[in-house]
Design a protein around this ligand. Structure first.
Ligand code: ZN
Length: 257
C-alpha cells in the first residue's frame, strides 16, 4: 500500500484495505482560526492531520480519514479568517463521520482533537456513538489538560517555560508548524503575546469576551524560541503519547507524502 490516507486512495483500494484487516480508522479534528500574525489559519487542522497520520501508522492496520478542518472557534472570530462552527454543528458532523465509516466496515474509530474548543464535543459524540453502534469501538483522546501537559513537557526539555510554550500560537505550536510547513511561518513577525497566568479568570474572559480581550495579536505564549528542530521532537513526542493511549508502543516514522 503506498498510502494510508483515504483522501489519496480510490474506493476499491480502501475496500480492499478494510477487507485485508485495516479496520481501524483515525480522524483528526482541527480548526481553521487565527494563530497570531506569524502562523497560518490552518495550524490546528495541519497539526491534527499530522498526529492522526502518525498515530494511524503507529497503530498499524489503520487508515487515516480526511481531517475535519473546521472546529468550534467562536472566541477567535474577532480575528479575520477564522471559520467557526457551533458545537451542535460539529457534533452532527462527527456523528455523520461515524455513521459513514461504520457503514464501510471499520471496527474501530479513533478521533484526535487538536483544538481545545473541540474536545468536549468529541467526548460527547464518542459516548453517544458507543450506544448507537454497539459493535464498533468509537474512541479518542479527549483530555484537553492531558494534551496541553504533554505538549508543555516537550517544551520544558528545551528550557521553554509553560508561559512561553503557550496555549495558542506560542513556542509550541510555532515550532511544530516550522517543522511541518516552514514556508508558511513568518519568523520576522515573532513577538511575545500574552504570557501572564492562565487561570480560571483568564479562561472566563476569553470565553465571554473573546481572545482579543486578553491578547490583541491573538497569541497566548511567546514564539521567539521556536525552531523546526523543537517542532519535530514535539510532534513525535505527542504522537507517541497518544499512541500509548490506544495500545501501541512506538510511533513509526511517517512515510513521505
Ligand atoms: Zn492551535
Amino acid at each position: 500500500m503506498k498510502t494510508i490516507k483515504m483522501e489519496e486512495m480510490t474506493w476499491p483500494e480502501i475496500k480492499a484495505a478494510i477487507e485485508a484487516g485495516f479496520t481501524t480508522v483515525v480522524v483528526g479534528v482541527g480548526s481553521t482560526e487565527q494563530h497570531g500574525p506569524h502562523l497560518p489559519t490552518m495550524t490546528d487542522a495541519r497539526i491534527g492531520d499530522e498526529l492522526a497520520h502518525r498515530v494511524a501508522l503507529g497503530l498499524g492496520h489503520a487508515l487515516h480519514a480526511r481531517t475535519i478542518a473546521v472546529g468550534v472557534s467562536e472566541h477567535h472570530l474577532a480575528f479575520a479568517g477564522t471559520l467557526s462552527v457551533k458545537p451542535e454543528t460539529l457534533h452532527a458532523l462527527l456523528r455523520d463521520y461515524v455513521d459513514s465509516l461504520a457503514r464501510h466496515g471499520f471496527r474501530r474509530i479513533v478521533f484526535l482533537p487538536s483544538h481545545g474548543g473541540n474536545f468536549a464535543t468529541v467526548a460527547k459524540t464518542i459516548a453517544e456513538s458507543r450506544e448507537d453502534h454497539p459493535g464498533i469501538e468509537v474512541t479518542g483522546y479527549t483530555d484537553l489538560m492531558g494534551f496541553v501537559a504533554a505538549l508543555n513537557e516537550g517544551s520544558a526539555e528545551y528550557g521553554v517555560t509553560f508561559e512561553e510554550a503557550g496555549a495558542h500560537a506560542g513556542e509550541n505550536e510555532t515550532s511544530i508548524m516550522m517543522a511541518l510547513e516552514g514556508d508558511l511561518v513568518a519568523a520576522d513577525r515573532f513577538a511575545p503575546g500574552y504570557v501572564g497566568p492562565t487561570g480560571q479568570a483568564e479562561v472566563k474572559l476569553i470565553l465571554e469576551r473573546g481572545m482579543a480581550a486578553l491578547t490583541p495579536t491573538g497569541v497566548l505564549g511567546d514564539p521567539c524560541k521556536a525552531s523546526a528542530k523543537h517542532g519535530e521532537r514535539y510532534v513525535e513526542r505527542l504522537a507517541g503519547f497518544l499512541l500509548t493511549r490506544f495500545g501501541a508502543q512506538e510511533p513509526r516514522t511517517p512515510e513521505r507524502r
